[in-house]
Design a protein around this ligand. Structure first.
Ligand SMILES: *Cc1c(COP(=O)(O)O)cnc(C)c1O
Length: 376
């Protein structure tokens, strides 16, 4: 049996252990320390736009805190892209608020601005003004932020930009994560860079970062004893994990090149197969190509599931595109605005192995397997 090819694995750059060792040598294993400060600064310098950054224990924690910063209360409504990973929407429910899901459009697979506006108009007519909008840059492809921001401004609703999958992606050279009132990043093990687990909250508004940091460290008031006037959370990134992050930031541009090279390799080798198509970047859009995704035309000889199983037989991991939230049992009954694009993408779409540490022979094995499906 050939060795297993995974969808997306961690890929260390070489300097991570140096920063982790520094933390050990100075016994700065805990609490917060220089690695956390430096990691935040590295991210801020990378994103530009005068971004302030709070390093947190996960991207999910960052979304939870973002909603708290925007004063989301039980019974409030929060608009969220339907086609995403569940962590975009779960924190809405942590707060007892109601998610309102929006369908995808075909040029980016992300939030459809037309349905976003339709939803806002309809929610306002029903007497509730949504408290926030959560667009997502899925698989690294930026959402149509110009249109989404124009609508958000028109109705004065803040944006929480879920850039968990899109560190390094940009629109007109402006980095994803810097478009919303608040941006969130993830450094989970499968993302383009990892701290073994972690996330960040990003904002131009330093008050948000101050409050997020306060809430993330148990909301301790200034006093010699433990004094609290707010409910707090234990959501900070450790100084050890931040050391891994500092090493990873050094290779982020290289990781983006490597992930994009995977995409171009697959596209070059497979674009002559009429059953398979790729998502191109709209003009001025730049995707980090975190995962290479394909659409499979089921009328051209094989369904998405047949192809996934063929890859699995050859010990190659692939995964259907994320199942939209409005089709998930746990979010049954919540409002949805759209006409089925995200459902179609889920049915026909597949994520191919996309790690930056894949060898060309690995990519060739994937390509050969797909070619065999169509040349039987
Ligand atoms: C990974 C991910 C998250 C959550 O990040 P964690 O660090 O795993 O908590 C949120 N949104 C999207 C779109 C993600 O892919």
């Amino acid at each position: 049996m050939n060795s297993k090819i995974w969808l997306s694995l961690p890929h260390m750059g070489g300097n991570e252990q140096r920063f982790v060792k520094e933390a050990f040598d100075s016994n700065w294993v805990a609490p917060l320390g220089p690695n956390v400060d430096n990691f935040e600064e590295d991210i801020s310098l990378y994103l530009k736009e005068d971004s302030y950054v709070a390093a947190l224990s996960s991207g999910t924690a960052a979304i939870h805190l973002a909603l708290i910063l925007l004063r989301v209360q039980p019974g409030d409504e929060v608009i969220c892209q339907s086609m995403t990973f569940s962590a975009s929407a779960n924190p809405i429910r942590y707060l007892g608020a109601t998610p309102v899901f929006i369908d995808s459009e075909r040029t980016t697979w992300n939030m459809d601005p037309a349905f976003l506006e339709e939803a806002i108009i309809d929610r306002l007519a029903k007497g509730t003004k949504p408290k926030a909008i959560i667009p997502v840059h899925l698989y690294g492809m930026p959402a149509r932020m110009d249109e989404i921001i124009a609508i958000a401004k028109k109705y004065e609703i803040p944006i929480i930009e879920d850039a968990a999958e899109a560190l390094g992606s940009s629109v007109s050279n402006k980095k994803c994560g810097t478009f919303g009132e608040i941006g969130i990043l993830s450094f989970n093990g499968n993302k383009i860079i990892t701290t073994s687990g972690g996330g960040a909250l990003v904002s131009k508004n330093s008050e948000y970062i101050k409050e997020a940091t306060f809430l993330a460290t148990q909301a301790r008031d200034a006093a010699p004893h433990y004094q609290h006037s707010k409910i707090g959370y234990n959501y900070r990134l450790s100084n050890i994990c931040a050391g891994i992050g500092r090493g990873q930031m050094k290779v982020l541009p290289l990781r983006i090149d490597q992930r994009r090279a995977n995409f171009f390799f697959y596209r070059n080798e497979l674009s002559d197969l009429s059953g398979i198509s790729f998502l191109e970047e709209p003009e001025d859009f730049y995707s980090n190509r975190w995962l290479t995704t394909i659409l499979i035309d089921p009328n051209m000889g094989a369904s998405r599931e047949e192809i996934r199983l063929r890859l699995e037989q050859e010990n190659i991991e692939s995964r259907p595109l994320w199942k939209p939230m409005h089709l998930q049992p746990v979010f049954k009954g919540f409002p949805f605005y759209g006409h089925g694009v995200s459902k179609e993408l889920f049915e026909d779409g597949l994520c191919l192995p996309s790690g930056s540490n894949l060898a060309e022979t690995d990519l060739e094995r994937v390509v050969n397997c797909l070619q065999k499906v169509y040349r039987k």
